[in-house]
Design a binder for this molecule. Structure first.
Ligand code: SIN
Length: 518
């Protein structure tokens, strides 16, 4: 049975940042597809950091809290925004290059709900790809990377995490033992019909942590990105908010702009506000476009988006890009403290899979690549202070782990799950729809026992579906429990709250119970 010091599940920026800082240990990174298939690789806008001399971490802190509707963990937000500038400069020293002007100063973009220009970018609109590739190149020779192998479950013994069980594309099962296991497998975009996420993002890490008994929090907070390229009723890729940062405005088919009437930040209001405004316009039968006619250097500033438009027959020269909102980011996840520790000893989580509380009820634009860098490093530094024991010498009885219950004749398709989530647990929610969704998931739960299933008997696709069922049930249950509208959780039957004067407690779910906690 392979043994390693640290096992990392996932290969995005948070995973690579942790791996880089742990590289003197024995590291195994396991990813279900190619290392290149992550949401980090798709991130366009950039990375937020208060680096300009007229900006400060306090401004960045305040913007993060306002966008997060004060549901944030303020201590962790402080770590995020205070460590941000030095993280960027450290990676520049290691050779990463961001877009600069002819004097070598960072070109700083602006995105929704930021009070200052502070979005550092690379390759125009290819920041995630450039940065993730750079970290991969800096790390790959020091770690063992296993691709195309799905981590199915965590191995838990005496309440501690001892490693993972995987299944590869040939259907072979493997067990890996590790002193420390880090889940960095991203969020769960694929549970929705329209998403900017990579199609591999089916919530596997969060679902397996839930099965293992970890605490899962804030899952009702889903960020819908306002502007995905919308072709023939389908969302086919992201149109970065940085485009609005360069002056683009949202209009309907008659050319009427609508954001200035709704929010003092107009087209650059927080994402939840803009997404709901577009959703309302679309419900009235309008088609929505981004008017980009004022951006003269569009193709140079946004090469990735220009190519995407070209591929889908949208002419940049026409000055209009058809858009609609789509699932973009999960604010909740596996509950962790500031060091990435979960409620299970030796199990850590980082990046979108984790809930550190930095994003509150709605993430501030371009704070997620920053979270990956800052918290990846924080977790690594903490892990390096811990003892690495070799006590994980398990006997053959591990082979029987989880090979017990669950026999299913009929699972829904991924599309069925996406339809329920989009219709009942989407941008606007009602009690009746949420009750319907919870019941829909519970009917499968009763049939399928998707808490404990037989690893051997299911295909990779079926395991992904079981994970999506688990995540769908958790999101809809948490959304039913939160009886207010805040940030990415908007209920038509409850008033909107974005203040600190009255706060509902965090909804935390565990496998054995669901409770509301301080
Ligand atoms: C965007 O470029 O609009 C997305 C960036 C982000 O989600 O932070």
């Amino acid at each position: 049975m392979p043994q390693t010091d640290v096992l990392i599940i996932g290969s995005g920026l948070a995973a690579l940042s942790a791996a880089y800082h742990l590289r003197h240990k024995q590291i195994t990174m396991i990813t279900k597809s190619s290392w290149k298939k992550s949401n980090s690789m798709l991130a366009q806008g950039g990375i937020a950091a208060a680096i300009h001399k007229r900006d400060s971490w306090k401004n960045h802190f305040a913007d993060t809290l306002v966008a997060g509707c004060y549901h944030n963990n303020e201590k962790n937000v402080e770590y995020l925004v205070q460590d941000g500038p030095s993280e960027i400069l450290d990676w520049c020293e290691r050779g990463m290059s961001f877009d600069c002007d002819k004097n070598g100063q960072f070109l700083l973009g602006k995105e929704g709900a930021h009070s200052h220009h502070r979005i550092i970018h690379a390759g125009g609109d290819a920041t995630g790809k450039e940065l993730t590739q750079f970290l991969y190149q800096s790390t790959k020779s020091s770690i063992n990377i296993i691709e195309n192998e799905l981590v199915v479950d965590l191995i838990i013994k005496n309440g501690q995490c001892l490693g993972v069980c995987t299944k590869n594309q040939q259907g072979e099962i493997e067990y890996y033992l590790a002193s420390k296991t880090i889940i960095a497998s991203g969020g769960c975009g694929a549970v929705y019909g329209h998403t900017s996420n990579a199609d591999v993002i089916t919530g596997d890490g969060i679902a397996m942590a839930y099965r293992a008994g970890a605490e899962i929090a804030d899952m009702e907070f889903i960020q819908f990105h306002p502007t995905m390229l919308h072709i023939n009723g389908k969302c086919v890729g992201l149109i970065s908010e940085a485009v609005r940062g360069e002056g683009a405005i949202l209009i309907n088919e008659a050319g009427k702009a609508f954001m200035n009437d709704l929010h003092h930040q107009g087209d650059l209001a927080p994402r939840d506000v803009v997404s709901r405004a577009i959703f309302d316009e679309m419900k009235k039968g309008h088609k929505i476009y981004l008017d980009i006619s004022m951006i003269s250097n569009f193709s140079t500033r946004f090469p990735t988006i220009s190519t995407l438009c070209l591929q889908h027959g949208v002419s940049i020269a026409s000055g209009r890009i058809p858009v609609a909102p789509g699932m973009h980011f999960l604010m909740g996840g596996i509950l962790t403290n500031d060091k990435g520790e979960t409620s299970i000893p030796n199990l850590f989580a980082v990046g979108e899979a984790a809930c550190t509380g930095v994003h509150g009820a709605n993430r501030l634009a371009s704070n997620s690549l920053l979270e990956g860098l800052v918290f990846g490093k924080r977790i690594a530094e903490h892990i390096l202070t811990l003892p690495f024991t070799n006590e994980n010498c398990l006997t053959a009885n591990i082979q029987n782990h989880k090979l017990m219950s669950g026999n299913v004749d009929k699972l829904p398709s991924k599309k069925d799950i996406q339809e329920i989530m989009t219709t009942c647990v989407g941008i606007q929610r009602t009690k009746a729809e949420l009750v319907y969704a919870v019941k829909w998931f519970e009917d499968y739960k009763n049939q399928v026992s998707f808490w404990d299933f037989n690893v051997k008997d299911f295909t990779i696709e079926q395991i992904e579906i079981i994970n999506m069922l688990t995540i769908g049930w958790i999101i809809s249950t948490a959304a039913l429990r939160r009886t207010e509208s805040r940030g990415g959780h908007y209920r038509l039957d409850f008033p909107e709250r974005n203040d600190i004067s009255w706060r509902q407690k965090q909804v935390i779910l565990t496998k054995s119970e669901m409770h509301v906690e301080v």
